[in-house]
Design a protein around this ligand. Structure first.
Ligand SMILES: Cc1cc2nc3c(=O)[nH]c(=O)nc-3n(C[C@H](O)[C@H](O)[C@H](O)COP(=O)(O)O)c2cc1C
Length: 62
């Protein structure tokens, strides 16, 4: 609705991130980074067809 794109990123050094942000000392650990922003006008990927499994297949409500 706001025109903001989000990309999850799991491929990063979680231990280094935890140390950098002092997360362990607060009883926390990182698991995913989410990049947020406005896409570039020339972003060819934005217009490609997307393949997304249904929400109920990837999320479990507790
Ligand atoms: C759970 C999850 C983790 C992801 N981790 C990475 C990652 O570590 N590195 C990466 O380049 N893309 C990663 N991606 C893919 C990007 O978030 C994104 O899907 C990709 O840039 C393509 O954009 P699109 O899905 O809008 O086509 C991940 C996607 C998901 C769903």
């Amino acid at each position: 609705m706001l025109g903001i794109d989000a990309c999850p990123i799991e491929g990063f050094d979680m231990k280094a991130m935890d140390e950098e942000l002092g997360l362990r000392a607060r009883g926390l650990t990182s698991s995913v980074i989410v990049a947020l922003g406005y896409r570039a006008a020339e972003d060819f990927n934005a217009k490609l067809p997307k393949s997304r499994p249904p929400l109920e297949q990837v999320l479990t409500r507790l």
